[in-house]
Structure formats: C-alpha cells, structure tokens
Ligand binder design. Structure first.
Ligand SMILES: Cc1cc2nc3c(=O)[nH]c(=O)nc-3n(C[C@H](O)[C@H](O)[C@H](O)COP(=O)(O)OP(=O)(O)OC[C@H]3O[C@@H](n4cnc5c(N)ncnc54)[C@H](O)[C@@H]3O)c2cc1C
Length: 320
C-alpha cells in the first residue's frame, strides 16, 4: 500500500489532537508514516502507533526551536525524499500551512489548504474544502506532483488502529535559509485551562449582546461547564471585552467544533465565515429576526442573561 507522510504537531512529545485526526484520514489513502521533529519522539511514538502510524521518522536539533519554520521544512523535505509518499498531510495551523506551502514549492507539487475531509480517489486523494464563507463545498485533487494537503482541526474523530509506530532516525541537513530568522524571545501565553479555540470540540462565543467585559464570565461559566473554549465576535473584541486571539470569523480564527454556541451574536457573514462548518450550531439571541437563526440547528429566542446561566446550571446538574 502507498505510504502517506503525516506531520506531527506536538508539545515536547505530547501529540496534539489534530495530528491523531490526520492519522485517521491518512489511513483512507495509505499507510501513515509520522514525521516527528523536536524532543519527545519515543513518547509520541506510542500514541502515534496506537492511531495507525506504521513508522515514526524522528529528528531532533536545536534549529527546530531556535529558528522559524525553515528547519522544519528541510526535515519534512528529507522525509519526503526518503519515503516518496503518495501524499503529505499537515495540520492546518498557521505554522502548518507555512510549512506545507514551502514544501510544495520546493518539490514542485500542488497544495490544498484547509481541507475539512479527505477520501481516496482513483487518481489520488480528494480533499473537501468549505469555501466563500462556507457557502460552497468543493472537492479537489492535486494534479501535479505529490499532493500536499493541510487539514483543519476537528475534520475527523481520531480512531485507534494499532500499528508498529517504530521510531527511525531521520537524517536532516539544514540549508542556508534554515537560520535566516531567529527566535529572539518566547513568552508563554497565560493558560486559561480551557482547550485551544481552533481545536476545541465545543466553543461558546459571546458577541455585542454580552454588553461588557464584566459580563463575559457568564459565557465562560457555560464554557467551563462543557469543557469548551471561549470565542467572541469582532464587535466584542474590538470593544476590548475579550482578547483579539479569541475572535472567530473571517479576520479571526476559523473553528469547526462538534458544537458551537453563539450568545448575543447577530450572525454577520464575516462571523459565519469562521464557524459555519461547525457540526451543530446553537444560538441564543433576543431578536427572533437575527440572521444567525438562519443557520442554527437549535435556536433560543431570549435574553442571554436569563438563558445562559440556566443552561450552565442544567449542564452541571446533568453532569452530576
Ligand atoms: C472586513 C471585515 C471583516 C470582519 N471580520 C469579522 C470577524 O472575523 N468576526 C466577526 O465576528 N465579525 C467580523 N466583522 C464584523 C461583522 O460584520 C459584524 O459587525 C460583527 O460580527 C457583529 O458582531 P456581533 O454579532 O457581536 O454584534 P451585533 O451585530 O451588534 O449583534 C449583537 C446581537 O446580540 C443580540 N443581543 C443583544 N443583547 C442581547 C441579550 N441580552 N441577549 C441575547 N441577545 C442579545 C442582538 O439582538 C444582536 O443580534 C468583520 C467586518 C468586516 C467589514
């Protein structure tokens, strides 16, 4: 069977969920070979093997942490040359897309970014994308070179499929450009204890209807009861009520969780662009005519300050 390279997104060997989703999708196309760069390959290999990686190509070098993406591109290219895969899959983070794009240019291949699904086709993998503010779904296939495809988080449920997951060292030599952009400082973001917005299975977002930073704990309370991430509309972040990093939409983050709850958000096209591919959408809005109700699975017409606390209590009660 053909082999498929899967670029591993991890923190010191703790593999992030989008990579496990990629392994699940990769198995539809071929035998997944994981590419793990940086520390923790042995630890990562256990979980990668459990999710179908037949092999883990590993490389560690200070360059991966000390410089921006180019050393990682050098390494992924080395893996590509060692394996001659049928496709290269990379998680659709900002860094992932840059790595994938640079690799595609180097190897003269076509690239598809932000796929939301992947299936095997007679002439190579077929990727599904959700485009034009999610008003169209397209299917496409790379027609030149080895398909390089980035896949959005939450595009598949990770499935266990035990495979060998044996670690093999990958020899990497860094090119001149690898040290072109040095990381000069790092400040860890203060942890909220909540899941990362773009990876969360549930997102609860607040908009202008929240009416002030002091009211956002109402949204956070529901999010915490559900183990969800907190998002916000641009109106809410522009007003300074919530950090810009939490903005969902065309000029914010794209999310595609299992469940998206929008409270006090009207549903402007630019907001929809970032959340319309969510599997189940719930809106709470006091205006029955709000456009968000056109796309919801469940809608509650009501004041969010009445509805959200009751919902939070109900979730807590049911969870026991
Ligand atoms: C180029 C461009 C890019 C943009 N990018 C983005 C983007 O990435 N993300 C984004 O979100 N927007 C973006 N916008 C802005 C977008 O057009 C809207 O202005 C914005 O999404 C509105 O945010 P909102 O729904 O919170 O506010 P509003 O449109 O003001 O809606 C507030 C809603 O809250 C309801 N409400 C009020 N009080 C309550 C209450 N107590 N209980 C229940 N409901 C209540 C109201 O009925 C209303 O429907 C962009 C705009 C442009 C031009």
């Amino acid at each position: 069977m053909a082999e498929v390279l899967v670029y591993v997104d991890h923190v010191d060997g703790a593999v992030r969920k989008p990579t496990l989703e990629l392994l699940t999708l990769a198995r539809r196309v071929g035998d997944p070979i994981a590419v793990h760069l940086g520390p923790g390959a042995e630890e990562a290999a256990k979980v990668l093997g459990e999710h179908g990686a037949v092999k883990v190509l590993a490389a560690d070098a200070p360059e991966f942490g000390d410089y921006l993406v180019v050393p990682k591109v050098d390494a992924l290219q080395a893996a590509y040359e060692a394996v001659s895969p049928a496709a290269v899959l990379v998680p659709s983070s900002a860094e992932g897309k840059e790595i994938a794009a640079r690799l595609a240019v180097r190897i003269g291949s076509g690239i598809i970014t932000d796929a939301v699904d992947l299936e095997a086709g007679d002439e190579g993998p077929v990727a599904t994308q959700s485009v034009f503010a999610a008003s169209f779904t397209t299917k496409s296939r790379v027609t030149k070179g080895t398909p390089v495809i980035t896949v959005k988080p939450n595009s598949a449920s990770p499935e266990a499929a035990p495979a060998a997951g044996a670690v093999e060292q990958l020899a990497v030599s860094f090119g001149e450009q690898a040290t072109g952009t040095k990381v000069v400082s790092r400040t860890p973001r203060e942890s909220t204890g909540r899941p990362e917005l773009t990876e969360a299975a549930i997102v609860v977002s607040g908009g202008r209807g929240v009416n002030g930073a002091e009211n956002f704990p109402v949204i956070e309370g529901l999010a915490d009861s559900l183990g969800a991430a907190v998002g916000a509309s641009r109106a809410a972040v522009d007003a300074g009520w919530y950090p810009h990093s939490s903005q969902v939409g065309q000029t914010g983050k794209s999310v595609s969780p299992q469940l998206y709850i929008a409270a006090g958000i009207s549903g402007a096209i630019q907001h929809r662009a970032g959340m319309q591919t969510s599997k189940t959408i719930v809106a709470i809005n006091k205006d029955a005519e709000a456009p968000i109700f056109d796309l919801v699975d469940y809608g509650v017409v009501g004041d969010l300050f009445d509805v959200v606390p009751q919902l939070t209590e109900e979730v807590k009660t049911r969870k026991g």
